[in-house]
Design a protein around this ligand. Structure first.
Ligand SMILES: Cc1ncc(COP(=O)(O)O)c(C=O)c1O
Length: 375
C-alpha cells in the first residue's frame, strides 16, 4: 500500500445517502421555470404539481389504478400519514432490520400503542425471517434499509392474495430497485434520494385496496389536518391531482420535475436501475480486492445498490479517520456510517452518482485506509 495520493479525483465528491447528489449537469439555472411568487393553487401552480405526479407515474411505472399524492414532511410525513390513517383495523406485523424500520416499530408500538402489533426484526447486516410474516395482518417494512445497506431482494415473499395491506417505506429504493407494485399497497418516498431532489415533500402512493381501507375504516384516534386523507368517508381526490394539503415549495417541485425529466432522458426506470447497479458493482469489486473491507449486508442477494454499507478491519475509529481524511481532500463527503449503525462507511450509489466518480474514489479509499491504520 502506498502513501502517495491517487492522481485522479471524483469530479463530484457527493456520496451522501440523503440529500443525495444532484443529477449530472444540474445547475440552479435548471429551476428557471419554477412557479415562484405565485399561488400553488393558481392554474399554473396546480399544473406543475400535476406534472410532478404524472411524471412520477410514468418514470416509476406506477399502475394506472394507484393514486399518487404529494404530501408534507418528506418520506417521514408520507409514512406517518399511512400508519396513522390505515392501521388499527386488523393486527399488524412490523418488520425492521435497521434504524428507520425500527423508528416505525416504535411509532406503532409506543405512540399508536397498537395492542395487536408484532415485531419481526433482525440486526444490522441481516434480513429478518420473512416467512414469519402473517399476511392476514397489515405489514409495515422498509424496502431498502438505508442505514444497514440491506434490502429485500424482491417481492416474491408477498402473496398476491393477501388480506392485510403492505405498507412500504421505499425512500432509498424507489427509482433504483425493481419493486412490484401489485404486491405493495402503500409506497412512500422523498425526492432527495435516488433522483437527487430536495427534502421537504413526500410522495404517497396508494393501491385500490389501501383506498378502500381509507374509505371504510375510521381510526379510533384523532388525526391532525396534515394527516387527513379523507373527508366525509371519501378519499380527498384533490390531494392526488396536485391540490396539496398545505403549501408546498414550488422551487422543490420544479427541482423534482426537472429531475424526473433527466431520469426520462437517460432512459427511465430501467436505466436508473442499471446506473445504480453499475455504481454498486464498483464497490463490490473494491471489496473483493481488499481483505480488510466487508459488506455489512451478509447475504449478497440482500445487498443494496443505493446505500452501500461497509465495515473495515482495525480499530473502531478507522472509518471515522478515513471519512475526515477524504473530506479534507475534497474527494468524498458524508460517507460515514449512520450514527446508530456499526462503525464503517456508507457510500451512496443511486442513479445520480456517476460510475466514473466511484471508480475514481476507490484508490482514495485504499489511500485513506492505509493512512488511518498507519502506526
Ligand atoms: C428508509 C428511510 N426512511 C425514512 C427516512 C427519512 O426520510 P425523510 O428525511 O425524507 O423524512 C430515511 C432517510 O434517510 C430513510 O432512509
Amino acid at each position: 500500500m502506498t502513501d502517495q495520493k491517487p492522481a485522479l479525483r471524483p469530479a463530484c465528491a457527493n456520496f451522501s445517502s440523503g440529500p443525495c447528489a444532484k443529477f449530472p449537469g444540474w445547475t440552479p439555472e435548471k429551476l428557471k421555470d419554477a412557479v415562484v411568487g405565485r399561488s400553488h393553487r393558481s392554474s399554473l401552480g396546480k399544473a406543475r404539481l400535476k406534472k410532478a405526479i404524472e411524471l412520477t407515474r410514468e418514470v416509476l411505472e406506477v399502475p394506472a389504478d394507484y393514486k399518487i399524492g404529494i404530501v408534507p414532511a418528506s418520506d417521514t410525513g408520507a409514512v406517518e400519514m399511512a400508519l396513522w390513517s390505515l392501521l388499527g383495523s386488523r393486527p399488524v406485523d412490523m418488520v425492521a432490520w435497521e434504524s428507520f424500520g425500527d423508528g416505525w416499530v416504535s411509532d406503532v408500538m409506543k405512540q399508536l400503542k397498537l395492542k395487536d402489533a408484532r415485531k419481526i426484526t433482525a440486526g444490522y447486516g441481516d434480513l429478518p425471517d420473512l416467512k414469519q410474516i402473517d399476511f392476514s395482518h397489515d405489514v409495515v417494512f422498509t424496502w431498502n434499509g438505508t442505514t444497514s445497506g440491506v434490502r429485500v431482494p424482491d417481492a416474491s415473499w408477498i402473496p398476491a392474495n393477501r388480506e392485510g395491506l403492505t405498507i412500504c417505506d421505499a425512500t432509498s429504493s424507489a427509482f433504483a430497485q425493481e419493486m412490484d407494485f401489485t404486491k405493495l399497497d402503500v409506497v412512500t418516498f422523498s425526492w432527495q434520494k435516488v433522483l437527487g431532489g430536495e427534502g421537504a415533500h413526500g410522495v404517497l402512493i396508494l393501491s385500490p385496496r389501501a383506498i378502500e381501507r381509507l374509505e371504510s375504516y375510521v381510526p379510533a384516534w384523532p388525526l391532525p389536518k396534515i394527516f387527513r386523507l379523507t373527508s366525509g368517508g371519501k378519499l380527498i381526490a384533490g390531494i392526488f391531482e396536485g391540490e396539496t394539503i398545505n403549501t408546498p415549495s414550488m422551487l422543490c417541485v420544479e427541482d423534482y420535475v426537472v429531475s424526473l425529466e433527466w431520469a426520462k432522458a437517460v432512459g427511465g426506470l430501467k436505466a436508473l436501475r442499471a446506473r445504480a447497479d453499475a455504481n454498486a458493482s464498483v464497490i463490490d469489486a473494491w471489496v473483493a480486492r481488499n481483505k480488510f473491507a466487508h459488506h455489512l449486508a451478509k447475504v449478497p442477494g440482500t445487498r443494496s445498490n443505493t446505500s452501500v454499507c461497509l465495515t473495515l478491519d482495525g480499530a473502531e475509529d478507522v472509518s471515522k479517520k478515513m471519512v475526515k481524511l477524504l473530506e479534507a481532500e475534497g474527494v468524498a463527503y458524508d460517507i460515514g456510517a449512520y450514527r446508530d449503525a456499526p462503525p464503517g462507511l456508507r457510500i451512496w450509489c443511486g442513479a445520480t452518482v456517476e460510475t466514473k466518480d466511484l471508480e475514481a474514489l476507490m484508490p482514495w479509499l485504499d489511500w485513506a485506509y492505509a493512512k488511518a491504520t498507519a502506526v
